[in-house]
Design a protein around this ligand. Structure first.
Ligand code: CA
Length: 553
């Protein structure tokens, strides 16, 4: 039994390479040694789990006998070379090791066991952390002087920091739709926020759109969402009907209260499809659930966890002790900002707990992590977007430019930085490429994996578009837009307002409208935007009948 445990532990390490490795009987872990070709037995397992020894088919339960027979009388140094085909299930590999370990000559054979796992399933786990309404200036690693965010900053330091990463929209649901479909939000029916009441709901996720978890699931991933969904309140637009194996979290939009987890009095907390009513601050609930999940997951599939916090979206509710601690550290910071900053620090602590659990699980080295926000910070709630103009709801940079980093040990260079322009929807193909997952449908997102890996990638040459549809007096049920190409950005900040043109590279704070100076650039961007609007105009953003699944009249 002890040998089996040692072998299993060592096998998990040997997966990281194609080299032959041998145990040192638990002393210092496996060492790489050349395999003595004439002194070995080749045990193969094909992808269907069929086993053979030196080319002859052998049932797995006869393996120990065959190995024992072959090893009899062999000198020290005789080895068993276990080769598992790509896509072979890990439980088959483990079973083969257990069978080999049963042989009576294990001291000779097993001590020399050599494994090669061909084309091993080295696909990364993916942990995608999306926070809600975090401003470009709300992390220490992005310049905040009044917020300590050591755990998120650690992610920024451990991977690539992006400085021109955009949310697809200055509000929640559309960015989430773009993230999970790889498409502009108006092309999948979510130009605006999905809300509890149909009369104030501005999106209906296209039931035909294929979502990232569905693509990853087909590719053999275990898919999990922990936190805020915000893409529908009923079938078929709930997480477990759209590709997630597991869901713990909140179906709705914002919470009325972080301790009660309701919206308009309706309980949208779910475990799978079951209504639940857990006690505690939502940030702690989501962090703890992710940490516990990571501790208990023993499946052989790589996983995709989409950890979507409601925080720091309003209501700004840091736990009392976090606010008190913050006020002691920063007595001069005005209360509105202090509450928001304490709220972010509490969120950061939750991220830290999830990272600690990932590390303890032993899976951190093969996990690709992303961290970003769904839209810019709301200054009226105490958020900061640094030097950027505007904030949440605005098409100015403050509404859409986000902190974003990607971590993947051994693949993404720690401390690296990129000013490549990219958007939330680009994470879909980026994750699929890293996971080796194929998808058939047309998307507008493009993979930024080469950039993340420090490899050459052609410069960004797309026209990028932003659209938001909203009601109320300011927006009146009409959309408003922005477009960017190269350094130029065209935007209107509310329906009916004139379009403005800015050179983002020279004027990051969008102070000087150059629409009159550069009519040719203005017209080129406007034409591209009009074509985009036309292309997705016919996609319905309301369910047939006008009331989305689960919405109230
Ligand atoms: Ca948001």
């Amino acid at each position: 039994m002890r040998n089996t445990l040692i072998l299993l532990a060592a096998l998990s390490i040997s997966f990281s390479g194609m080299v032959a490795q041998a145990d040192q009987e638990g002393e210092g872990g496996p060492a790489t040694i050349p395999l003595p070709a004439k002194q070995s037995l080749n045990v193969n397992i094909d992808k269907d789990g069929q086993c053979s020894v030196d080319g002859k088919p052998v049932p797995l339960d006869k393996l120990s006998e065959v190995v024992a027979r072959a090893a009899k009388g062999k000198p020290e140094g005789f080895g068993v070379k276990l080769i598992a085909a790509h896509e072979c299930r890990f439980d088959r590999i483990n079973q083969a090791i257990i069978e080999i370990s049963k042989t009576r000559v294990k001291k000779v054979v097993i001590a020399q066991l050599v494994r090669e796992v061909q084309g091993k399933d080295s696909r990364p786990n993916v942990l995608l952390i999306l926070v809600d309404d975090l401003g470009y200036g709300d992390l220490s690693s992005y310049g905040a002087k009044d917020i300590d965010s050591p755990h998120i900053d650690r992610l920024v330091k451990d991977g690539m920091k992006m400085t021109q990463f955009y949310a697809n929209c200055p509000v929640c649901s559309p960015t989430r739709a773009a993230l999970l479909t790889g498409r502009f939000q108006d092309c999948v029916g979510v130009p605006g926020v999905i809300r509890t009441h149909a009369r104030n709901s501005w999106g209906y996720l296209d039931p035909k759109a294929e979502l990232l978890p569905s693509v990853l699931k087909k590719a053999g991933y275990h898919t999990v969402i922990d936190g805020k969904w915000h893409l529908g309140l009923g079938e078929p637009n709930i997480p477990t009907a759209r590709g997630f194996d597991e869901f713990y979290g909140f179906l709705g939009d914002m919470m009325d209260d972080y301790y009660k987890h309701r919206r308009h009095g309706v309980n949208y907390m779910r475990l799978g499809t079951k209504e639940i009513d857990p006690k505690g601050h939502a940030t702690d609930l989501f962090s703890d659930w992710a940490a516990e999940w990571l501790a208990k997951y023993k499946g052989d599939k790589p996983f995709f966890i989409y950890l979507a916090y409601n925080a720091p979206h309003s209501p700004v509710q840091p736990p009392k002790e976090w606010l008190e601690r913050y006020r002691k550290k920063h007595p001069d910071v005005p209360m509105k900002r202090a509450k928001f900053a304490a709220f972010v620090e509490h969120l950061d602590d939750g991220v830290g707990r999830v990272m600690a659990a990932l590390k303890t699980s032993g899976k951190a080295d093969n996990t690709l992590i992303f961290f970003t926000s769904d839209n810019g910070g709301a200054g009226y709630h105490g958020a900061s977007n640094g030097i950027l103009r505007g904030g949440k709801q605005d098409m100015f940079e403050g509404g859409i430019r986000e902190p974003m980093c990607a971590v993947w040990p051994g693949h993404i260079k720690p401390g690296s930085q990129s000013d490549r322009v990219a958007m939330t929807m680009d994470l879909f193909p980026t994750i699929c490429e890293a996971a080796g997952a194929k998808f058939d449908k047309k998307i507008e997102g493009i993979s930024i994996l080469p950039t993340l890996l420090g490899k050459p990638q052609p410069p960004e040459d797309r026209y990028l578009f932003w659209v938001r549809l909203e009601g109320g007096r300011r927006y009146n049920g009409k959309p408003y837009y922005a477009a960017r190409h190269g350094d130029w950005k065209l935007l209107q900040n509310a329906p009916g307002q004139p379009y403005q043109l800015f050179n983002i590279k020279e004027d990051i704070s969008e102070k000087t409208d150059q629409a009159k100076e550069h009519p040719e650039i203005f017209n080129r961007l406007k034409k591209a935007l009009d074509e985009h609007i036309k292309a997705c105009k016919s996609v319905p953003w309301q369910a047939p009948g006008g009331v989305g699944p689960g919405e109230l009249q």
